[in-house]
Each structure stands twice: as C-alpha cells, then as structure tokens.
Design a protein around this ligand. Sequence first.
Ligand SMILES: [Fe+2]
Ligand SMILES: [Fe+2]
Length: 499
Amino acid sequence: MRICHISDTHIGSSSHFNRGIFNTFMDDIKQDDFDILLHSGDLTQSGSPEQYEEGKQFLKELNKPYVIIPGNHDARSGGLHLYRRYIGNPNGAKVFDDAVIIYVDSSIPDSNNGRVGQQKFQLIKRSLEKHTQKKIKIVVIHHHVMPIPMAGRERNILANAGDLLDLFLKYDVDLVVSGHRHYPNVYHVENTVFINAGTFSCTKTRYGDENSYNIIEISKDKQKVITKRPKTTVTNEFPRFERRIFSDFDKHIKSIAHMSNTFISDARAFRKKHLTSALESIKKLNPDHIIHCGGVVQEGIEKNYELALRYFGDLKQKMFFTPAGRDLNYLGYHLFPEYCGELDYIYEDEKVIMHGINSSQYDSNIGFVGSIARKQLITKFLKKKDKFKVVFLHHNITPIPHSREKGLLEDSGDLLRELVDANIDLVLTGTSSHPFAVRVSNTLIINANSTSSIYQRSILGNSFNLVDVYEQAIVLYEINSLWGTRKLKGIWERNKKIK
Ligand SMILES: [Fe+2]
Ligand SMILES: [Fe+2]
C-alpha cells in the first residue's frame, strides 16, 4: 500500500496559505502513483464556505481515493456544519480488502485543544474489533497522541491521549497519522508507527522549517516513511512485526524497584500500612537500586520529611529520589536535598548510569526540564555508549491512560525526541498514578502508580514496579503494595536490530 499523507493545507488568504508551495506539491503528488491520500485536518484556515469550496475542488482534481478529517481550524465559526455539507462525515471507517482506515474528528468547537469523546472512542474500538483480521490498520486523527518536538510548548494534546495510545497498541494498529503541530515527526511505538505531518501549505512552519508531506509504503514486513520537502527527502524504515515470544534473556544486569507518590504525612490520604508492606516486599526482593519518582511527602514540610526518613532509613540500598512539585513546596526546596539527596542525582557503576532530572518547581504542577539541562544530560550520556542508560524524572513524557492528559511537561516533545535519539535504555517517571509502560524505538518508558496514597489508578491497588534488566530483555512487574502479589506487565527484547 502506498499512501500520500498531507496535512494542514490551511486553504485561505495569502497571510496563512502559501499557494506557490501548494501548487508545487500538487504537481509532485499528481505524478506519484499512490493508492490513497490521507489528509489529517486543517484543510481550511477558518472553515468558511469559500475555503471549503476550494478544498473540495482540490480533492476532486486529484482524482484518487482519499480519507480526510476536520482539524480545529475547519471547525472554527461553526465550520463543522459546512464540513459535512462540502466534504462529508467527519467520522467513519473506509474498508478495503486488506486494510481498514478509521478516521475521527478530534476538534472541539472554537478551541485549539483536542478530544476524542466516549462515542468516538467506542467507534474506533468497535471498528478495530470488527476489522481485527485486516492486514493493515490505520487511524487518522488531527491532534497528536505522542508529544511533538520542535513545536514549542507541548499543548493541545488530546485530553484522552493516554487511553487512545493504549487502545492503538492493544489492537495492533499499524499506523496513526496526525497533523496540527506543523512539524514532521515519526515514532515507532511498540509495533505502531505514529506519524505527525508537517504543514503542506500553511505559512506557519516551525523553526524555519519548510513545508512538507509524507509518502508511506506499507509492505509485508516493513513500513517506510518518506518525508518530502521542496528539495530534500528523509526516509525512516521500521519493521512491522517484532518477535513477542522469546526465552533467551542472557545475563541479569540489574533489578530496580521503581515507586512514586508515597505521600508520607499524617494525613488520611497517606496509607501507612501500604508503604510499610511495600518496603517489606522490597527488602525481600532485594533489588540493586530503589528509585523514587517524586511525591515522597504530601507537602514539603519538615515533619513529613522526618517521617520519610523513619520509613526509608533502614533500607540496605541507597535510594535515589527525584522531586515532584509537592516535595518542593513550602521549605521543601531546602528539605529535599537534605533528606533525599541532590535534585539531579547521578549514579554510575561499571554497568549502568542512572541520571535523575528535576522537572518540578514549587507551587506548580507544571513540569519542565529546560534546554540547558536537556543538553547537559544528553552530552553526559553520549560518552557512556556501552552502559545501560537510565533517566528518571517525575513528569510523564508519553501520555498515561486513565488520566486526563494535560501535557504537563512543557518540553516533553523535545525531551522525548532527544532521549529516543540518544538511545536511552530506560526512562522512569511517576506522575498521574497509573502504571504504564511503552517502548519508543529502543527506549522503554515506564510510569509508576502511587505506592501508598489513596489517589491511585491501578485496578491492582496501590503498587510499585520491579524492573529486571537482562542483557537481552527488560522484564516489568507491577507489585501490589499491601499484599506483595505481582503481575507481569511486559517483556521487551533488547539490542534488537532493525532490518
Ligand atoms: Fe494547522
Ligand atoms: Fe490544527
């Protein structure tokens, strides 16, 4: 299957719409022998009848099958009604012999934010269930699911991006295409390729980039994504089916207990018994390291840190901490280093390098790392090519299911891209209190549930993670804080070669 993927044409007046590049790209794609065109939204600049009329004409002129969805710009000023009149149903599924393309409108009227409501979420789920046997499953959605680099502050992410990510991975979707951020980006997340298109013909490009579009080729065993700019092309290739059952893990390298949101205090929200039981389990498991990804105390006051010291003081292993905003509140900014160690803690031995990075600030739940800290972090890791590389921070860098995605780490788009490109092996986070793991290229990203606060989001109850690292695999268990029962969350093969 050969797909032409374009997005964000923004047809309108010359201040937004670059007609010159539009015509150039149109000439190019008219000569391309693709099977279907996917347009991932923002066909028009402001959803007016004239703009829709022109958009409709250009789709007709191409004379190829196409799937299109509305973007936030198309929905402006009640534009969604016009979309139905000129273009058609904004939600549905196009079914082929071997493939299914599911498309949904994620726009919210007069808002730049995105959402896939319950009905549309079920529509996607039902379509995926119905077409589970199809060889190629594609979803088209305007707003991005994975954070996008080089697009400024991470925002307008879908409110339920985590649930959608979870759904796409569970149903083995091959390809998810989006637009909206006007910056081209490709991620291989587990077996699913997430493509964000740059803008086809809007004058608003990012970081001096040029306009672009994608050609995607899906064959039996690989997906090829070719991003085309006026004079250059960039090609990415990904294997389609990875081995999921394997047995040779080779040597054991490290085991890491990973916890967050212990919430230590004398408040009722702190479950003392859950924490003491979890610590008993950890003592029995005897991991090499214990990493706490923030939310150590309920608030950063001395009494809470004193209490934390009593709980954690008699552990054999040295614990590594990274703060959440609440740990730094009040006098926490002084108390955290005194009781928990440096804000950016670094550990290194002959096998691993583990780097904590503070993403929190007091009196705010917004996270950011910042370009200087990101650069220092990556530079440090680049010198340690042969070691197992771990980054731990409080805020999430991929969406988390069962929580409203707020895109709280402002530079999650840039940080995720940089960590993946630097081949960081493992990223541990601790927000939103839901245990979740996902691999992006070679980087496994794991989020922890709350170990001992009533505000937790795992069906298993309060829990912590046990990460077992082998030469050839990473094995993840979620362990119930109170009972010590464990659930296997996943096994990921390491050192894989891309064909
Ligand atoms: Fe756009
Ligand atoms: Fe948009």
